[in-house]
Ligand binder design. Structure first.
Ligand code: GAP
Length: 535
């Protein structure tokens, strides 16, 4: 699938628009249009339903070490600045970036690659943001331009080795920046904190400096005790939250994949340290199956366990659920969700202050005077088990998903081009979004075959009967084949048509988007049929 086609469809049919588009857009920000907002709501609702409200805390789910409870939370986007100091985000939530003095562009250091090339007695490193085969092409074009050569002189270029990361280059004076014409215009890499800053209250000073949350997780940790004290949950249990997060990404890219404002669906699952590994494995498999159940095919979806070197500073085990997005080079996958075993790192940080690793332990980081660098809340965030009489700091397993990345993956997976017969039985090319019925923005469309003979009246009546149950759509304009195709293109799983036979026996046709099968159902049975089909 060519990504440009999906991007065009999203714009044309109202799934996604660039934010503030009439002013030229704002890089890294996206608005969901009338269909996009339904898709995203359906993703959120499927997640909340499957993870929280439909969860039966009295039974042990398949593969789980024991029964457990799930509750929800909605915390604020702006929190006490100390939250981010103790969590480590204030000091560590950074990417390395480089600036180009010539083009004034800024790049993520880890996303710059390039190749050494020799020509006219000079040896230079041609940097690019492209990857894979595109990187080879891009460096070739840039080298030709730099040495003032034509394409047919490409043999004059002597390439010294394959594409490699810029981080392997010692001397930046020999580097040609991705958008530069002269050598040595890239600055040495420096840290850039990804948290958006703001000020709380009328005075803008250090005391009022605050941050938009870069993850929803910390809102859960700081409410751990509140949830324990206000509900009857006992460990093991999970707290779920869906909400916006903000990261001032240096290079937002790939449509909504890396945005600056996005939505997360996170669970912090609290358990006894002795069972945390088993819970980690349970959540890892459960979350993978959730995507499969909603239609992501297993050859594009994978579960990748992190190697020990890749693990975050707090984690004893992390796996990513990844999808082979079509905008990535062949063989590359993009992260949909991370499932991390975080030990007691977060609760301890909010009790004692920011932690740092010392050998295989975490200890409170101290300043020059030997005092905690960032003081914790001082609250006791441990758990007392009144059956075993044991007091301990729970371990946490965190399945952390991105709602926008899930939406993008479902859209990419759903996009297909094939043929469907029109009203005369002649095959016509169509674009179809094979979205899972739970995710489809519109569940059914109702059409009168023609705009006469009382058909519109019956169709409108059916529409009115369905509307309280589902998001359905009424359309009487144009040839019916064209109306089918318009619905196929936005993923509507069923189309209901009122025709001549309806006038005689009260039956209508239901057409299935994927199989193109059509069958007749009495008008009184439509709600029951759709209930079955959409379950
Ligand atoms: N609390 C853990 C955490 O936030 P993360 O891997 O940084 O972990 C979790 O983020 C998920 O949030 C990612 O797997 C991804 O789906 C989504 N996400 C992260 N940054 C994003 C961005 N810039 N744009 C869109 N989604 C993003």
């Amino acid at each position: 699938m060519e990504m440009e086609k999906l991007v065009a469809l999203c714009k044309r049919r109202g799934f996604l628009f660039p934010s503030s588009e009439i002013y030229g857009g704002l890089n890294g920000f996206w608005d969901y249009g009338p269909l996009g907002v339904e898709l995203k709501r359906n993703i959120r609702e499927a997640w909340w339903h499957d993870m929280v409200t439909s969860h039966n805390e009295l039974e042990v789910p398949p593969g789980a070490p024991s029964a457990y409870a799930m509750v929800g939370l909605e915390s604020t986007i702006i929190m006490h600045p100390q939250v981010w100091k103790c969590s480590g985000h204030y000091d560590l939530f950074c990417d390395l970036m480089v600036d180009c003095r010539e083009s004034k562009r800024r790049y993520r250091y880890d996303q710059l690659y390039g190749r050494w090339v020799q020509c006219q007695g000079r040896r230079i490193f041609v940097a690019t943001e492209a990857v894979g085969q595109e990187a080879e092409q891009d460096t070739l074009q840039k080298a030709l331009r730099f040495f003032n050569l034509r394409s047919r002189d490409a043999e004059d270029l002597q390439w010294l080795g394959p594409v490699q990361p810029l981080s392997q280059v010692q001397d930046l004076q020999q580097v040609l920046g991705p958008d530069a014409k002269t050598l040595g215009t890239l600055t040495p890499p420096r840290m850039f904190n990804l948290m958006f800053e703001t000020y709380v209250g009328p005075v803008q000073d250090e005391a009022s400096r605050s941050f938009l949350r870069p993850e929803t997780a910390q809102g859960i940790f700081v409410n751990f005790k509140n949830v324990l004290d206000s509900t009857r949950v006992k460990i093991p249990f999970g707290i779920a939250q869906i909400g916006k997060s903000f990261r001032n990404e240096i290079t937002p890219r790939y449509f909504t994949f890396r945005s600056r404002e996005f939505e997360q669906m996170e669970i912090e699952f609290f358990c006894h340290p002795s069972t945390s590994r088993a819970w980690y494995e349970y959540w890892r498999n459960r979350r993978f199956q959730w995507y499969v159940g909603l239609g992501l095919s297993s050859d594009r979806l994978r579960l990748r366990e992190h190697s020990p070197e890749e693990l975050s500073h707090y984690s004893c085990g992390t796996a990513d659920i990844e999808y082979a997005f079509p905008f990535l080079p062949p063989g590359e996958f993009g992260e949909l969700e991370g499932i991390a075993h975080r030990g007691d790192f977060d609760l301890r940080s909010h009790m004692e202050g920011k932690l740092v690793r010392q050998g295989d332990q975490f200890v409170v980081e101290l300043d020059e005077e030997g005092k905690p660098r960032y003081r914790g809340s001082g609250r006791d965030l441990s758990y007392f088990d009144d059956e075993t009489r044991e007091k301990y700091i729970p371990h946490v397993v965190e399945p952390s998903a991105g709602a926008d990345r899930a939406a993008l993956a479902f859209l990419c997976e759903a996009y297909a081009e094939d043929e469907a017969p029109d009203e005369h039985g002649v095959p016509q090319k169509r674009v179809v979004l094979r979205l899972h019925p739970r995710l489809a923005p519109i569940k059914a469309a109702v059409f009168p075959l023609v705009k006469k003979d009382g058909m519109p009246e019956i169709a409108r009546q059916i529409y009115a009967e369905l509307k309280p149950h589902w998001n359905v759509f009424y359309d009487e304009k144009g040839a019916v084949g064209r109306r089918y195709r318009r619905q196929d293109e936005i993923g509507t799983p069923y189309c209901i048509t009122v025709d001549g036979q309806t006038l005689q026996d009260g039956t209508v046709t239901i057409r299935d988007r994927d199989s193109l099968r059509q069958w007749r159902v009495h008008q009184k049975e439509i709600v029951a049929q759709l209930n079955e089909l959409l379950a």
